[in-house]
Write a protein that binds this ligand. Sequence first.
Ligand SMILES: [Zn+2]
Length: 411
Amino acid sequence: MPVVALARLLGQPEVSAFLRGVVERGRYSNAYLFHGPAGVGKGTAALALARAALCDRVPGAARFAPRAAEPSLFGEAPAPAASQAPRDDACGECPACGKSAQLIHPDLKFLFPVSGDEREYEESIGETFENWRADPFHLFEYDRAASIRIKQTQELQRDLAYRPYEASRRVVVIRDCDRMREDQYSTLLKSLEEPAPTTVWVLTTSRVSRVPATIRSRCQRVRFAPIAEGAIRDVLESQAGVPGSDAVLLAALAGGSLGRALALRGEKAGEAKAQRDAALAMLSTALHGDEKTLWSVVSAAAKGAARNREAVRRLVEFQMLWLRDILRAGAGLPEATLVNRDRDNQTLFERARTLEPAEVRRRLFVLEEALRAIEGNVSADLSLMSAMLRVGGSRVGEGAWPPHPTARWDI
Ligand SMILES: [Zn+2]
C-alpha cells in the first residue's frame, strides 16, 4: 500500500512543515485535532504523522535503539546508518515502517465510524482495512447514521492499560471524531486529561463545531486548507489514471477537496458529465427566456432535493463553471484553458462574443447566492427557479432588478 510521507502531503505545506518540526524535536503534544474541509488529506496526514512517530530510525521513536551498523566479516559496506534516515519523517524502510504501511503496527490504533448492523461490525471494520490497504485513494464514505462504536472505544481502553508493544509510544488516530456519543466523549476526555506520555492522540474532523468544546480545548489544533485546483488535477492525471479533460473538469468541480474529485472518477465521471449537460441545457433554457419549459425542467431537477442537496448544488456549480469559461473565452484565453473543453463549445464562444463580461459576472453572482440559499434551508426548487429567472432576465444590469427582499419570494 503506497503511503504518503509527511514531506509530501498534497497542498498542505504549512501542516507538513509543522508536523515535521514536531517529529524532529520529538516533542509531541498529548493530542492533535486535525480540522478542515472533507477530502483535503487530514487522514493521510494522521497516518503519516503516526508512521514518523513509530519509525525505528527517527530518534526517540524506537523503544530500543537500533544497533549501530557494522561492516560485515567480508568487508562489505555497512547498511545505511540511522543518521542517514530523515530525522523529521518516517524512513519507509525499517520494520516499524513496514508494519505501519500495512496498518498492522501493534502500537498504531485506528478508530473510524462504522455503518450498519452491530452484528456485522467486525466484518465492516475488517473490510475497511482491507480496502484501505488495497487502494491508495481509498475513500472513507459512510451513511449519515455511521458512528464510532462503543465496542471500538472499549477495546481501545483495554489497550491503553498496557505499555506500547514495540515503539516507545503509541499513536491513536480517531477519524471523524465528531461521530461519537456523549459517554464516549467523557471516556475520551478522561484519557486526554490524564496524559500518558506514551500515547499521542490524533483526532480528525471536517465538522469541528460538532466536537465538544471540552475535547477541542485539550487538543492542539492543526488547520487544513482546501487544495489548489492544479494540484488536484495533477494527482488525478498522474496517479489516479483519470484522462486529461476529465481531470480538468473533476478538479474544477472538487472545490479544493481531492476526496470529492476522487469520488467522481471512473464510471462516475460519465454520470457527472451527463449531469453537467443537463445543467447546461437548463441554463440555455433560462437564457432563452422560455419560462414554461424552465419551470418543468427546474422542478424535475429539484425533485428529491430535500434528501439530495448535493445534486442540486452540483448542478448550479456546473452552470457557474460554464459561465467562468465564457469569461475565459471572452478574454481571449485559448480553448485548452476551458474547464468544459471536452464539449463542442460553439455556443460558448458565441455567448462570449455577445455577452458583456459584467453581465456574465452578474449571473455568476446570482448563482452564488442560489448556492447559499440551497445550502440553507430554503426550498431548493424555488431557489433554483428564482435564480434561473434572474439569470435569464434580459435586464441583468445593476439597478435594473425588480425588488426582491429574499430569493425565496421574488418569483
Ligand atoms: Zn522507519
